[in-house]
Ligand binder design. Structure first.
Ligand code: IVH
Length: 673
């Protein structure tokens, strides 16, 4: 054999051996938490493998351990639609809630026997991992439950996640990505030594890490994962799955990281002891948890019990009591929101509580301060509840300084100094000056947000800078920015490229549909859902403007508070002028309905599945609805058409078994033409 061939054969054998050893070390370290080699040996093996792959690039496979170090610096997070929605859990806080949950289960199962699986509730970020024939194909965030972000490149760097399975299974695995506390503390030490700001808590840092543009940076952070759900994509395999606990065992066999505190129990009494036991050991765990998750074990029973709205009825989260700390209240400041709402904020002596340092807490409104008699200089008990924003629970009266005075709500806006107004019957004070810089900034941030006009690159600091420099006075000025291209490019420390990107993104935003525009302009009480309902009902802005309060209120799901707010908004001269300018700038002020086809799909129910080529899922669903049809998420006998794209999974099987007509995109186009 020629020498170079011998060389290559030897290199290949060595690379295989090194790969196997590294993967095994990863598995022992991350999944079993039982490493058997030291960091130095590990690094040397990695280095040797990298050298071999550099010499023989054809040996570098996508699932080689060297590929975990991350590749390009330009992650793009495309949307991923979850085949099965990623639900959330309803919460319980005490034993009564657990008893009630158990009673509901008993009733729904009509006397059948059942078991519960108790798991830890990891305080991290939910992700979904898809494997096709044993290879890791795609990973996504939960997003809004239906649509998440494709973060495959970043997830590939997590060594607890297998890139190739020992079986050829096609599966979807769900679980929580989080930081071990030691890794979180290490990252913060590094930040400190670099003179950078420290991260607030492990959970938010994990969330931020998963969305980093540069996956090499993600690799360096050492995220971890626990898996808690398994679904076989193949319907035949899926039908063999019997219980949740068995699924967890299967995951373990496939070498996924599964938490070992998980326990199967026979009664709610045992669930309660599990919760007590875990709460006691909570502070000793090497990662953060915020409760216990209780799930009915049998998958058949889960199905029988079903789900309501966004959470399954067969599971519940038992949340631990919030953690509290006492610290000094240094000052009370006022924050001004985008619609002028004033929120008093407690400025605190920094204190460490449940994984993060807290120096501010919300005080909600002046009534709340009065009710709790909170005074500057007091020592206050603060608490971190379910949400990230800490709150002040009460004053420690024994420690009150003798000369303290009750808090008095200022009568002027802290930013624009105009008088504050408190409408009758409301707890909030408002700054009524719509030109107040704090409001302008807030409105712009809302306008450009991803779920609104989605203008990338116009972040908080850039908006602030553009306001300072006089380029932005209100949201309509955003569409004048392209005219100032030259001036913007000459601003110090602004790259030409970033201005090009902002301008391109502003242009793109003109394609955003009417409901997003309606949401973006910031009508009080109009969230994205309400904006969709209004856009669907009125079809264009002129009909909204000319509608009376009663007409708005008569729409299903719109109450008097929203109706009043919408009506007032469009009876304010400045808002009408703003809408007019935006319309002239080219924004969409009417819902798009293909000409002459408005009721083509009346009475027909569609389910969309798989990945489509021409449409985004959300688009095609909106299109169906705009043509009078119904877009549903699950296939039933009532479904008229299943619009199936590539890699359609269980829904396709179900449609076929029920005899539902399956169509592709071309057939769909014919249908609506
Ligand atoms: S099960 C339908 N199991 O809690 C079931 N979730 O509020 C939903 N979480 O988004 C997920 N540990 O981020 C499940 N052992 C566990 C969990 C867990 C943490 C998170 C997850 C989810 C949220 C639900």
């Amino acid at each position: 054999m020629p020498e170079d061939k011998i060389n290559k054969a030897a290199a290949e054998a060595k690379a295989k051996l090194l790969s196997r050893k590294i993967l095994d070390a990863d598995y022992r370290y991350y999944t079993l938490a039982n490493p058997d080699i030291d960091d130095y040996t590990y690094d040397m093996m990695m280095k040797e493998l990298q050298e071999i792959e550099a010499k023989f690039p054809e040996l570098k496979t996508p699932d080689s351990p060297t590929q975990r170090v991350g590749g390009s610096a330009s992650n793009e997070f495309n949307a991923v639609i979850h085949e099965v929605p990623m639900l959330s859990l309803s919460n319980s806080y005490d034993e009564n809630d657990l008893d009630e949950f158990d009673k509901r289960i008993q009733n729904l199962l009509k006397g059948e026997k059942y078991k519960y699986v108790c798991e830890l509730k990891f305080d991290g970020i939910a992700v979904s991992l898809t494997y096709s024939s044993g290879s890791f194909l795609q990973g996504a965030t939960r997003g809004d439950g239906t649509r998440g972000d494709d973060i495959t490149n970043n997830l590939r760097t997590i060594r607890a996640i297998p890139l190739r399975l020992e079986s050829k299974a096609s599966i979807e695995v769900r679980g929580e990505v989080f930081f071990m506390l030691k890794d979180f503390f290490r990252i913060n030490e590094e930040q400190e030594s670099l003179g950078e700001k420290k991260y607030a808590n492990p959970r938010n840092t994990a969330a931020g890490s998963l969305k980093l543009k540069d996956s090499r940076e993600v690799a360096a952070r050492k995220l971890n994962m626990f898996c808690y759900n398994l679904r076989f994509i193949d319907a035949k395999e899926e039908s063999k799955q019997k219980s949740h606990y068995e699924n967890l065992q299967t995951l373990k066999k496939l070498k996924f990281p599964v938490n070992d505190k998980t326990k199967v129990v026979n009664s709610i009494a045992e669930v309660k002891s599990f919760c007590d036991e875990i709460e006691l050991m909570r502070d000793k765990l090497p990662y953060e948890i915020d409760g216990v998750v209780v799930k009915v074990d049998s998958l058949e029973q889960q199905k029988k019990i079903g789900s309501i709205a966004k959470s399954p009825r067969w599971a519940i989260a038992y949340k631990f009591k919030a953690k509290q700390a006492v610290t000094k209240l240094k000052d009370i400041t006022l924050q001004v929101g985008r619609i002028g709402t004033i929120t008093p904020v407690a400025e605190l002596e920094p204190v460490f509580l449940a994984g993060s340092t807290i120096s501010r807490a919300t005080l909600h409104n002046s009534d709340e301060i009065e009710r709790k008699d909170i005074r500057v200089g007091d020592y206050v008990k603060i608490e971190k509840g379910g949400d990230v924003i800490p709150k002040v629970v009460e004053v420690v009266l024994d420690k009150r300084p003798r000369n303290s005075k009750p808090f008095e709500m200022p009568d002027k806006c802290p930013v624009c100094k105009q008088p504050l107004h408190r409408p009758e019957g409301e707890a909030n004070h408002y700054c009524t000056n719509s030109l107040c810089p704090a409001q302008v900034q807030g409105r712009m941030e809302h306008f450009v947000a991803r779920n609104a006009m989605d203008i990338e690159g116009l972040g908080f600091q850039i908006i602030e800078k553009f306001i300072q420099l006089g380029f932005l006075k209100d949201i309509t000025d955003i569409y004048l920015l392209p005219k100032h291209e030259k001036a913007l490019k000459s601003i110090e420390r602004f790259g030409e490229k970033s201005i090009d990107n902002i301008i391109a993104s502003i242009e793109r935003s003109k394609e955003r549909p009417f409901d997003k525009v309606l949401f973006a302009i910031g009508i009080r009480h109009v969230g994205d859902r309400t904006a969709r309902i209004l856009a669907k009902h009125f079809k264009n802005i002129d009909s909204i403007i000319s509608a009376g309060k009663e007409e708005i209120e008569s729409i299903h799901e719109i109450g008097p508070r929203i109706a009043e707010s919408v009506y007032d908004f469009f009876h304010t001269k400045a808002n009408l002028q703003m809408a007019d300018k935006l319309r002239k700038a080219g924004l969409k002020f009417e819902s798009e309905v293909p000409a002459g086809a408005s009721n083509k799909l009346e009475g027909l129910t569609f389910v969309v599945t798989g990945s489509l080529e021409k449409y985004k899922r959300e688009e095609v669903e909106e299109l169906i609805e705009s043509l009078g049809g119904k877009a549903s998420s699950s296939v039933s006998k009532k479904t008229n058409y299943l619009l199936a794209g590539a890699e359609a999974g269980s829904k396709l099987k179900k449609a076929e078994s029920l005899g539902v007509k399956v169509i592709d995109e071309d057939e769909f186009d014919k249908l609506i033409k």
